[in-house]
Design a protein around this ligand. Structure first.
Ligand SMILES: Nc1ncnc2c1ncn2[C@@H]1O[C@H](COP(=O)(O)OP(=O)(O)OP(=O)(O)O)[C@@H](O)[C@H]1O
Ligand SMILES: [Mg+2]
Length: 272
């Protein structure tokens, strides 16, 4: 498992980073917690480097447990996870993994800029370098004018964008997101989804995205994995038959509605 703790310093001029996501191989992963709760039952996944994959399943089925195991924050009872860097990756300074939780988890006494720069500060990057990197990523998530603000002065959607910026500042090869936009309103969520897709295109990272919203999963991801009720098993794992370009108009198209309907039926059957 690749360690989470150390984040190498970015170079003064970041290299173009397209196509350098991590491949994630999850092999027969079981997880039973002390006390006997079985959360994962032989989960198998092979995630293509640089792909955007949504994970959906009934509440409490084991999705967060799986994400935590992939991140190295928890261990499988049996089976394992392998993180495979793409061949020819030369950007040793990029962080392997970043994790975005449902709650923004910002430090209230630090400005937006200092929150976004935190991972680089913890790994010893100089003030000028980390602030430049944080400013760049805050501009990318649309917060370029809010760097001096404090979390209490921001809306929920803005706080999530700071949280996303803090994850992206390390230029991760694998971004794990656990219901990151669940607590914001529908319109804000749509905008955040939009920005996330654009950043994914730009940064060339692998994204694993847990959500309860099937339309969010279908709009964001290239592939959706559906889990059963606990203990989680994969009941469907398929690429979506939708255009690569995701526009607002796509949400209104019959092909999109069909994909969401199929996911809903699979979830109902597989989760029941
Ligand atoms: N540390 C733990 N110790 C014991 N049981 C746990 C622990 N963490 C999770 N569980 C249990 O494992 C099961 C799966 O939990 P998990 O949080 O992975 O589900 P989830 O699919 O993310 O749910 P939700 O959609 O509600 O976020 C649940 O029954 C939960 O109570
Ligand atoms: Mg969860």
């Amino acid at each position: 498992m690749t360690p989470l703790a150390s984040v190498p310093a970015p170079p003064a001029t970041p290299a173009p980073s397209l196509g350098s996501g991590i491949r994630v191989r999850v092999a027969r992963v079981h997880r039973t917690f002390p006390g006997g709760v079985e959360a994962l039952d032989g989960v198998e996944l092979d995630i293509t480097p640089g792909s955007f994959v949504a994970l959906v399943g009934p509440s409490g089925c084991g999705k967060s447990t799986l994400l935590r195991i992939i991140a190295g924050l928890d261990e499988a009872t049996s089976g394992g996870v392998e993180l495979v860097p793409a061949v020819g990756q030369a950007e040793a300074w990029r962080a392997p993994i970043a994790y975005v939780f449902q709650d923004a988890h910002l430090l209230p006494w630090r400005s937006v800029l200092d929150n976004a720069a935190l991972p680089l500060e913890l790994s010893g990057v100089s003030r000028s370098e980390r602030e430049a990197a944080a400013r760049q990523v805050l501009a990318q998530v649309g917060l370029g004018d809010f760097t001096a603000r404090y979390p209490a002065e921001l809306s929920g959607g803005m706080r999530m964008r700071v949280s996303l910026a803090r994850a992206l500042v390390t230029r991760p090869r694998l971004l794990l997101m656990d219901e990151p936009f669940a607590a914001v309103d529908e319109l804000t969520r749509g905008r955040l989804d939009d920005q996330l897709r654009a950043l994914w295109h730009e940064l060339g990272m692998t994204v694993l995205f847990v959500t309860h919203s099937l339309s969010e999963a279908a709009w964001l991801a290239e592939r959706v994995v559906v889990f059963s009720r606990r203990p989680a098993r994969v009941v469907r794992d398929r690429a979506l038959e939708l255009p690569r370009e995701r526009t607002a108009a796509l949400r209104l198209e019959p092909a999109f509605a069909r994909e969401v309907q199929v996911l809903s039926e699979v979830l109902e059957r597989g989760g029941g």
